[in-house]
Design a protein around this ligand. Structure first.
Ligand code: SF4
Length: 301
């Protein structure tokens, strides 16, 4: 493939996104919980639950989100609106995900209900903080997360709702923003009044690995700074919507369609092969030619 590096990367990412089986991958993604609901109010509340719990194995995340949503009834937004924090704690008793339990979930959900009451929606509350911080995404997330944690948060609560000021990549909060802000494309929902150009990529292990495969970053840790660097690289390809590649990149790793090492079965059909460092290395070592050679030897037989 010829062209400048950004053009090659752009062509490969476009090919990946256009050929990606979004329906199939959505079925295993926590965003599917949000799509079960119709009203924007329920969607933003369910999105908050699903995104905050999106930490760990797919199966255990699904079970935990399912359990919390069951307890919140058919309209989670209405339930949190009419419940006190103590009532929510009782309702959510027995719900647990990793180190978080009913007390943390009830705190976040009652703070979310308060924000919705005062400012109209979680989206408006976020947009207000974004403009008050002069369009500084990190500061807007920090202020919005402060409001969800409340005063004197415990360490456990601070891990459920992280603070980007600490340098954390805040993958779950950025994932939630992606769902709420990016235009409705069957995965993301386009509910909040903000431009997708402000978003940063939610950098989990899979996206971080993919970004290193593609040379979008060389940083070894998945920090806020790394998320900025990866997003800057994607912004050169799509300045208006740089995180639109996130879903496909993430699910290549989740589904193990990419093992982040050269394997003929996964790499030969991969749309990203022309810009992937593992494929380049394999090609330098002549490994990419191996299957063709074996096909030739097959023909000879
Ligand atoms: S070429 Fe292979 S290692 Fe590289 S991104 Fe594709 S599947 Fe992953």
């Amino acid at each position: 493939m010829v062209g400048r590096p950004d053009e090659r990367l752009s062509a490969c990412l476009e090919r990946l996104v256009s050929s990606f089986d979004r329906e199939r991958h959505r079925a295993s993604d926590p965003v599917r919980f949000v799509h079960r609901y119709v009203s924007p109010a329920d969607r933003e509340v369910v999105g908050l639950v699903a995104a905050l719990l999106a930490f760990g194995r797919v199966r255990s995340v699904s079970q935990s989100v399912e359990r919390v949503l069951e307890r919140l009834g058919p309209s989670p937004a209405a339930t949190i609106e009419r419940s006190t924090r103590a009532q929510l704690t009782r309702r959510l008793r027995g719900c647990r995900h990793r180190m978080w339990g009913a007390a943390e979930f009830a705190q976040v959900l009652s703070a979310a209900a308060r924000l919705r009451r005062r400012e109209g929606s979680l989206g408006r509350a976020f947009a207000q903080r974004w403009s008050a911080s002069g369009g500084d995404l990190r500061e807007a997330i920090a202020r919005w997360a402060d409001a969800l944690r409340g005063r004197r948060p415990t360490r456990t609560l601070r891990s459920l709702v992280p603070d980007p000021r600490s340098g954390s990549a805040c993958k779950r909060l950025l994932l939630y923003l992606r769902w709420m802000v990016r235009p409705d494309d069957g995965i993301d929902l386009g509910l909040w009044p903000l431009p997708p150009s402000i978003l940063l990529v939610p950098l989990d292990t899979h996206v971080h690995r993919m970004a290193r495969n593609l040379g979008l970053t060389r940083r070894a840790t998945a920090s806020w700074r790394t998320a900025e660097e990866v997003t800057d690289a994607l912004r050169r390809i799509d300045s208006q919507d740089p995180v639109r590649f996130d879903f496909a990149l993430c699910h290549l790793g989740v589904s193990r369609a990419c093992r982040s090492r050269f394997e003929p079965t996964t790499c030969l059909p991969c749309a990203l092969r022309p810009v992937c460092k593992h494929a380049r290395r394999a090609s330098d070592m002549d490994l990419v030619a191996t299957p063709r050679l074996s096909r030739r030897s097959d023909r000879r037989r």
